[in-house]
Design a protein around this ligand. Structure first.
Ligand SMILES: Nc1ncnc2c1ncn2[C@@H]1O[C@H](COP(=O)(O)OP(=O)(O)O)[C@@H](O)[C@H]1O
Ligand SMILES: [Mg+2]
Length: 153
């Protein structure tokens, strides 16, 4: 199951993050794919804010992960842009994060390799013009399919 959308402003990208959040079960794992500036963090800003976070949301580029303890969900927002070797994920205890009842979202998931396992959703963002992006959401598991079914226009 796949959704594709043309996103013409950052606000609409945030709104998609919010929609995904409203249908997001605990334990959902999301891989965010897309070049620098594609809008991964913008989508996450809408997502995390919709789950009750007040304050800024930025890519945890240097720390690799930012935890958010939210009213109804534990969220881990990863950014693997600076990951030199997937082995670093072992050192940070990635298996414990993945095994927790928590939402895990990975920017630059492709740099993490097989250690991350199969995500429920893959979200690909492609740069089109200075202000527009292509959004593609693909479900990889039955849980992901449930979420996507609720997002269908
Ligand atoms: N349609 C759009 N969707 C998302 N971001 C957009 C869009 N148009 C312009 N932008 C801008 O592109 C940048 C995206 O940055 P960011 O979300 O941090 O990307 P990434 O995390 O993928 O590197 C922001 O400055 C945002 O305002
Ligand atoms: Mg980012």
């Amino acid at each position: 199951m796949v959704i594709t959308q043309h996103i013409s402003t950052p606000e609409i990208m945030e709104a998609w993050g919010k929609q995904i959040a409203l249908h997001c079960p605990n334990r959902l794992h999301i891989h965010l794919i897309g070049e620098l500036g594609a809008g991964k963090t913008t989508l996450m800003r809408g997502f995390i804010t919709a789950l009750g976070h007040q304050g800024i949301v930025k890519s945890p580029t240097y720390t690799l992960v930012e935890p958010y303890h939210l009213p109804e969900h534990q969220v881990y927002h990863f950014d693997l842009y600076r990951l030199a070797d997937p082995e670093e994920l072992e050192f940070m205890g990635i298996h414990d994060y993945l095994a927790e009842t928590a939402i895990c979202v990975f920017e630059w998931a492709e740099r993490g390799g097989d250690v991350l396992g199969i995500p429920d959703l893959v979200i690909e963002l492609h740069y089109q013009t200075i202000s527009s992006r292509q959004l593609k959401i693909t479900a990889k598991t039955p849980l992901g399919m449930k979420v996507i079914a609720m997002l269908m226009p």
